[in-house]
Design a protein around this ligand. Structure first.
Ligand code: AMP
Length: 351
């Protein structure tokens, strides 16, 4: 057990780290953030901050010396940077990062466990893309294998002609057929060191331009029908990776069953509702799991819950949500409300 009072290292300085650090502080831990960005909103609520590049192995080694256990809130931490950290300190194990950082490896891994992704093809060249569109059809989406998030690094392709007009400067893509889904949902689980798994209820997610707009509970029956199959796959993924902590898999609900979209080896935006809407939040259970404390109850405590993201300039007027006494406002303390930037969220819980 990592006893309260110990120091938890968090790689990445964004809002997920901020909410993790708040949960950790509540249980008496101190957090140390490592992130390259000066404005790291996780550091604002943590005891220590190392602001250094991922490639600064001396800074990473010093950071590790100050920590008792280390986790991440950002899945694109370069895996090479982790070599400066003793492996037994890292939870989850970095193999989860290796799989999740590459869309192609992630799809192949999930397929090997019996999951069903959208039809896909590896694309490195113009000819690869033509062949992929021929085989899979259009519409589809070309995605970078690495470093894409919130709809970035994605190009929707409506027709073969549109594909032909794309100028591929470098390789490293996957082309995916467009899935005609009835709904989107995610499975969020927490797995303890001893292998115990708990799941939160699956919210129904709505995306706008590739960015999560809202998560609602209860999800429609369409989603409920597919949650058990999706959970079974998520459990296989967690077990295959000997995973410790919170793991998220995103799915499309379709008439052919749940289609796997992507995984995040971390707490997830579609689980933010759990702060006020579940007996134990995803952030608290992640901290409990990596510190080898007993897991908390994941039961939903509201009859209707909606989490809405506050994006860009909406942050300037977000306090207005509080005119509804059932609403809880979370602002992440980011200084610039740029377009498409996640600035906060609001959770409304009907008990
Ligand atoms: P991603 O970053 O891959 O999770 O994509 C963001 C969002 O874009 C998803 O949540 C969907 O709303 C949409 N999207 C991505 N891939 C597909 C696909 N193959 N078919 C249909 N919609 C997709």
């Amino acid at each position: 057990m990592i006893a309260p009072g110990a120091t938890i290292g968090i790689l990445g300085g964004g809002q997920l780290g901020r909410m993790m650090a708040i949960a950790a502080a509540q249980m008496g831990y101190r957090c140390h953030i490592f992130a390259p960005e000066k404005e790291s909103v996780a550091a604002d609520v943590s005891a220590s901050f190392t602001c250094a590049e991922w490639t600064d192995t001396a800074a990473m080694a010093r950071f590790a010396e100050d920590c008792d256990v280390i986790t991440w809130e950002f899945e694109n931490v370069p895996v090479a940077a982790l070599s400066a950290i003793p492996e037994e300190m890292l939870r989850p194990h970095p193999r989860a990062l290796e799989v999740a950082q590459d869309r192609l490896a992630e799809k192949q891994f999930v397929e090997s466990l019996g999951g069903q992704p959208a039809p896909y093809a590896e694309v490195d060249t113009r000819e690869d893309l033509d062949r992929a569109v021929d085989r899979i059809g259009a519409p589809g989406i070309l995605k970078t294998r690495r470093d894409g998030y919130d709809g970035k690094g994605q190009w929707r392709i409506a027709s073969q002609r549109e594909a032909e007009a794309l100028n591929l400067q470098q390789g490293g893509f996957v082309y995916e057929g467009m899935v005609g889904f009835d709904a989107e949902f995610s499975v969020i689980l927490v797995r303890a060191m001893d292998g115990e798994i708990r799941y939160w209820d699956s919210a129904e997610n709505v995306h706008d331009h590739g960015i999560l707009a809202s998560s609602t509970l209860p999800a429609r029956a369409r989603v409920e029908d597919e949650v058990l199959a999706a959970r079974a796959l998520a459990a296989k993924v967690a077990e295959a990776l000997n995973y410790v902590g919170v793991l998220t898999l995103e799915f499309f609900a379709t008439s052919a069953g749940p289609v796997f979209n992507e995984m995040a080896p971390r707490v997830h935006n579609s689980g933010h509702w759990s702060i006020e809407g579940a007996a134990t939040s995803q952030f608290e259970n992640h901290i409990r799991a990596i510190c080898v404390m007993p897991l908390g109850d994941t039961a939903t405590t509201g009859s209707e819950i909606t989490m809405t993201n506050v994006i860009g300039a909406d942050a300037l007027t977000a306090h207005q949500y509080l005119s509804d006494p059932a609403a809880h406002l979370h602002l992440y303390g980011k200084s610039e409300p740029r377009e498409g930037r996640k600035m906060g969220h609001v959770t409304k819980v009907v008990r």
